[in-house]
Design a protein around this ligand. Structure first.
Ligand code: BTN
Length: 247
């Protein structure tokens, strides 16, 4: 069973994902479960080539190594498994999170966390290797939140509770183990019920943006890989990547 190893804290890194991808390429035997956290990231990266900006010491920015033997077709749903774990963790604070496909964590329609999974090809290994990075807004304050280019919130803003980052991280890691296990055994079907319970905008008219391309239709749920099913005139389109918004 997968286990997180003791956490390696850094004061400042460009990006915990960049750091661990390089470390894994240099040391392919880096164990699965290695976790790196940065109190400050100065080149944090988000999905779809966006930056991930977060002030020093306020929020969690961390990455871990996943290196396991498992079916290749399960891999794309890893971030969705993590989103389930984070959503369940936020429920523990009395919050009502939603997951906007594929893996944006929202509370009251505002972004509270995100996930960036990056595949690493290991030479001479048939294992699946991924660096999974998570940003979770823990103590983000209202003034800083207002400067972010999209509506954002934090555990502090939603509950009034200030979190000790090492404690919050330990509790969150514990919560991620079960959905990671369910996903690694069965792929997206292993987490489907939980993922759908947190789902956002199912049945609504949406727009899917993937790079420079846009599609419109109705949110029709997810296929067996966790890809979005978009109902369009005359049928369905399956979307494997992108962002969704209400049309
Ligand atoms: C998103 O766009 O929603 C994904 C954001 C992922 C941010 C995290 S913070 C820790 C890790 N390091 C990075 O540079 N990005 C991820």
């Amino acid at each position: 069973m997968f286990k997180f190893l003791p956490v390696d804290w850094h004061d400042s890194l460009p990006s915990t994902n960049t750091y661990l991808v390089a470390a894994l390429k240099e040391t392919p035997k880096l164990p699965s479960g290695t976790v790196v956290v940065a109190r400050e990231q100065h080149a944090g990266r988000g999905r779809q080539h966006r930056p991930w900006l977060t002030p020093p010491n306020q929020n969690l920015t961390f990455s871990f190594v996943w290196r396991e033997t498992m079916p290749e077709q399960y891999v794309p749903a890893m971030a969705q498994a993590l989103s389930v774990g984070i959503a369940q963790f936020l429920q523990g604070y009395g919050l009502t999170p939603t997951i906007k496909w594929p893996n944006d964590l929202l509370v009251e329609g505002k972004k509270i966390g995100g996930i960036l999974c990056e595949r690493v090809n290991l030479r001479d290994s048939s294992q699946v290797a991924v660096v999974a990075g998570i940003g979770l807004n823990v103590n983000l304050d209202a003034v800083t939140a207002a400067k972010i280019d999209q509506p954002a919130t934090s555990i502090l803003l939603e509950t009034g509770l200030t979190g000790e980052l090492p404690t919050v991280l330990d509790e969150l890691l514990e919560q991620l183990v079960a959905p990671l296990h369910a996903w690694s055994q069965r792929g997206f079907p292993g987490i489907r019920a939980d993922y759908e319970a947190f789902g956002w905008a199912r049945g609504s008219a949406i727009r899917v943006r993937d790079g420079e391309s846009y599609l419109s239709g109705n949110h029709g749920g997810y296929n067996e890989d966790g890809a979005l099913v978009l109902k369009v005139d005359g049928g369905e389109k399956i979307c494997y990547s992108g962002d969704i918004g209400l049309a």
